[in-house]
Ligand binder design. Structure first.
Ligand SMILES: [Mg+2]
Length: 218
């Protein structure tokens, strides 16, 4: 039996629905503008600079502008400004066919992925969300996030009647980001790159262009 950990953005919904993450990114730029002042263009530039320097815009805002992360997420997650992924009955079927508990492991706050999964109609197939808040706002690819994920599973699995796997290979992480898969690989987890990108290093256990391709491999 495997423990399935899914990244949310651009993994549970794919590249063909990039407008979903774009709608969120727009809100992030607006939040930066609201926080630092100036015009939208310079806010967008600060956002991308923070992304590069700190890994996420939020990490930059916390370090440089003393932003409260919940305030940030409350602003960017206002549903009337956002696009959500479309109904995905075929994904529901796929997820239900995977044996073992299935979780979301995300650098967002849980309400974003929960709302998106409800729109897709796949929420009943996911047993829980491990979000950035539960990672004390320090997410992937920091090693602490993966350590905390293992600790979280160690608590969570017995409550669901499962044992923590003795072999780390039984923890499967599916991600569109290679950077986020690398620490999982170092911990001995099984890594699945879900991305239409062609260049994939040899250490990645599986590479599929789209989540729905998973049926052919397990
Ligand atoms: Mg992602």
């Amino acid at each position: 039996m495997k423990i399935w950990l899914f990244d949310y953005d651009l993994t549970l919904y794919g590249e063909e629905e990039r407008c979903v993450i774009n709608s969120l990114d727009h809100r992030i730029s607006l939040f930066v503008q609201k926080t630092v002042g100036g015009d939208f263009e310079s806010a967008h530039k600060i956002r991308t600079d923070y992304l590069e320097q700190f890994g996420t815009t939020l990490a930059g805002l916390m370090a440089m502008n003393q932003v409260d992360p919940d305030e940030f997420f409350d602003f960017i997650h206002q549903p009337e400004f956002l696009i959500y992924p479309k109904k995905a009955p075929e994904k529901l079927k796929l997820l239900q066919s995977l044996e073992g508990p299935r979780f979301v492991f995300t650098n967002g706050r849980h309400d974003w992925s929960e709302a998106g999964m409800a729109h897709m109609g796949i929420d009943s197939a996911i047993d829980g969300v491990l979000d950035l808040k539960q990672l004390d706002w320090v997410g992937k690819p920091h090693d602490s996030a993966y350590e905390k994920a293992e600790g979280w599973l160690r608590q969570r699995l017995p409550q669901m009647g499962y044992a923590m796997p003795a072999d780390p290979r039984d923890i499967v992480l599916l991600e569109d980001s290679l950077r986020n898969l690398e620490p999982a690989h170092r911990r001995g987890w099984t890594t699945v790159l879900v991305s239409p990108k062609e260049d994939c290093p040899a250490w990645v256990d599986l590479h599929i262009p789209h989540l729905l391709e998973l049926t052919n491999l397990f």
